[in-house]
Design a binder for this molecule. Structure first.
Ligand SMILES: *Cc1c(COP(=O)(O)O)cnc(C)c1O
Length: 412
């Protein structure tokens, strides 16, 4: 894999069966169900003896092709595509959590993931323990025999904290706990989750992968590296399916019952997005670093937060894990909430919108929007300040972006 030029690789994954019309890209199979030649073929497909598709809530050729491409890029054992990043997060925990289980994680989480943990899972008897994942001591104090997973975001959004994955994965595996990571902020064309001891990776493919913000999607990337006999809810299955027990439970039960499989139109768009993923990521993350450096020099900006900046507290661990350009999102602090609102209103080119890694640059005030429904106490626990602007850097030039930011700051 490392020997191949990445773009060549991204562009040239053949599809499983030749298309009757020789279509150059995988066709979109907008089909709900599939027909069989005989009752016994049907029995074989429904009972899992063949891999034929039966019904598109369970599998679909176009979605399967997208999953296969991600599988080849990541080197994973299996990939499941869902209809949002949140569906990916919730399907993982519905597969491994149980009444009485706990999850150890950080309060620095994407807003809906936090709410899923703090509200939704809690009502099912799953306790979520929020702690400082950059402290080995705190992790050790929080885990016990009912910890079904340690969960983290590789760069937290929007606090931009970076935990040391080698420390956490070693500790997790010593204690027989799987490490589950949301890797949305760094493209898997540069960040190889499997080589950092991550057992299950979740990605919001809405972001870098969709390319141009065309669609909502999520991925569960399973490396089959964890011995699931150590997990109380998968223990019985693992006696038969070993390290593949998680995937078995997910594909045979959870994802079918929750019904959040990706639709084929989205898979088509995101397969095309995949082809330019690495190019876009490289360009956007390089521009982001350049901008971060230039923004540090502006007087009205009180602080710039980007782990790729020398001097950032996570600079070294970030370089080790993500290379020189850790993604295309940065945050900066202004004097007040008012100053943030005025800045946003003054922007001419950068769009006022949520979402990350669109081709266009996007700016948002997280405290009043994404975190607007949380209480002040909760926002403080999550380190969400109302003086922070989040910027997602697109494909525009660093000069034009800098100029837009500079003029928007000067106007007040
Ligand atoms: C956007 C995002 C999600 C949720 O993904 P959706 O596709 O919006 O459901 C989860 N985690 C992170 C880090 C995100 O940025």
């Amino acid at each position: 894999m490392d020997d191949l030029d990445f773009e060549d690789y991204l562009l040239n994954v053949p599809y499983p069966k030749p298309d009757v019309y020789g279509s150059l890209s995988m066709p979109v199979y907008n089909a709900a169900a599939y027909e069989f030649k005989s009752a016994s073929d049907m029995e074989a497909a429904f009972c899992g003896k063949t891999t034929d598709h039966t019904y598109s809530r369970i599998s679909n050729p176009t979605v399967h092709y997208f999953e296969e491409r991600v599988k080849q890029i990541t080197g994973a054992f299996n990939v499941t595509a869902l209809n949002s990043g949140m569906a990916a997060v919730s399907n993982v925990f519905m597969s491994i959590a149980y009444n009485g289980a706990n999850i150890v994680t950080s309060p620095h989480l994407f807003g809906n993931t936090y709410s899923f943990f703090a509200n939704t899972l809690r009502t099912f008897g799953v306790e979520v323990r929020f702690c400082d994942l950059t402290s080995e001591k705190e992790i050790l104090e929080n885990i016990d025999e009912n910890t079904c997973g340690i969960f983290l975001e590789i760069i937290t959004n929007p606090q931009m904290e970076v935990a040391d994955l080698s420390v956490i994965s070693e500790l997790a595996h010593e204690k027989n706990i799987p490490l589950i990571a949301d890797t949305t902020l760094v493209s898997f064309s540069v960040f190889k989750a499997g080589s950092f001891g991550i057992d299950v990776e979740v990605v919001s493919s809405t972001k870098y992968i969709s390319g141009g913000a065309t669609s909502i999607g999520g991925l569960i990337v399973d490396y089959a590296t964890f011995d699931w006999t150590k997990n109380k809810s998968l223990n019985e299955l693992a006696k038969v399916h070993k390290n593949y027990a998680f995937n078995y439970k997910l594909r045979k039960e959870i994802h079918r019952n929750f019904g959040a499989y990706m639709n084929p139109g989205t898979a088509h768009l995101q397969t095309i997005g995949l082809e330019t993923l690495h190019l876009r990521y490289e360009r956007q993350s390089r521009t982001c670093l350049e901008l971060a450096k230039r923004l540090q020099k502006l007087k009205s900006i009180e602080s710039v937060n980007y782990p790729g900046l020398p001097g950032n507290p996570f600079y070294e661990v970030s370089c080790r894990q993500f290379g020189e350009n850790p993604g295309a999102m940065l945050t900066f602090g202004l004097a007040s909430k008012d100053a943030c609102f005025q800045f946003l209103d003054n922007l001419k080119m950068i769009r006022r919108a949520t979402n990350l890694f669109d081709n266009k640059s996007l700016a948002i005030h997280p405290a009043s929007t994404i975190y607007g429904n949380f209480s002040q106490v909760q926002r403080e626990a999550m380190d969400i300040s109302d003086k922070t602007i989040r910027l997602s850097v697109g494909l525009e030039s660093a000069d034009s972006l800098f100029e837009d930011i500079r003029q928007a700051l000067e106007l007040h």
